[in-house]
Design a protein around this ligand. Structure first.
Ligand code: NI
Length: 193
């Protein structure tokens, strides 16, 4: 029996733990359970304070990332920008935002410049480290800093969340989704009326 226990540990438990680590640190998983109606207080890229109440009545498309991100964020944002283009006028019902998980470097002006390079529709949000931490938790987003000095990188969840006009979570889209699929799914969710 003892040796069976060891085998189970080696063959089942160990790979599972490795998988959990992978999911967590590649940022594609999530270790925090998101809340149904996320609340937050952040700063938009024009320096205005915003909360979830400012988005009530509209669909909110939320992505957490950072402007120094080498590849994941640029891919996610260009996918989003293309999906918004595909949606056409229906995109007017959506408020797409990118929330930085690196407020130390991503000030409001930097966020403004960054999001503008993808789409004039996307709004960049930053805040104090505590505000960012609070918001990320609400959305089930995790992030970890690696490295010191100015030369650090952030691992972070890379999914996109759709919040309904009532402030409730409607859907989560994985990183790597195509612009076409994202546009189709958004179209279904936000409707045309
Ligand atoms: Ni990123």
């Amino acid at each position: 029996m003892k040796s069976w226990g060891a085998w189970v540990a080696a063959l089942v438990v160990a790979p599972f733990l490795v998988w959990i680590q992978y999911q967590t640190f590649t940022g594609h998983g999530q270790s925090v359970k998101p809340v149904e109606s996320p609340t937050f207080t952040l700063l938009d890229h024009q320096g205005r304070s915003v909360t979830e109440a400012d988005f009530k009545g509209r669909f909110l498309l939320v992505y957490f990332g950072y402007t120094y991100c080498p590849d994941v964020c640029p891919t996610s944002l260009s996918t989003q920008a293309q999906a918004l283009d595909r949606l056409g006028p229906a995109a007017d019902r959506l408020e797409p935002v990118m929330v930085t998980i690196d407020p130390q470097r991503d000030t409001a002006p930097i966020m403004a410049e960054y999001v503008r390079s993808f789409s004039p529709r996307i709004r960049g949000l930053t805040g104090t480290p505590a505000q960012i931490e609070q918001a990320a938790k609400q959305f089930g987003v995790i992030y970890t800093k690696h490295g010191d000095g100015d030369d650090y990188v952030m691992d972070h969840s890379a999914f996109t969340v759709l919040i309904g006009p009532d402030g409730k979570r409607l859907e989560q889209f994985p990183h790597g989704i195509s612009a076409e699929t994202l546009a189709e799914r958004l179209q279904r969710l936000i409707g045309t009326s």
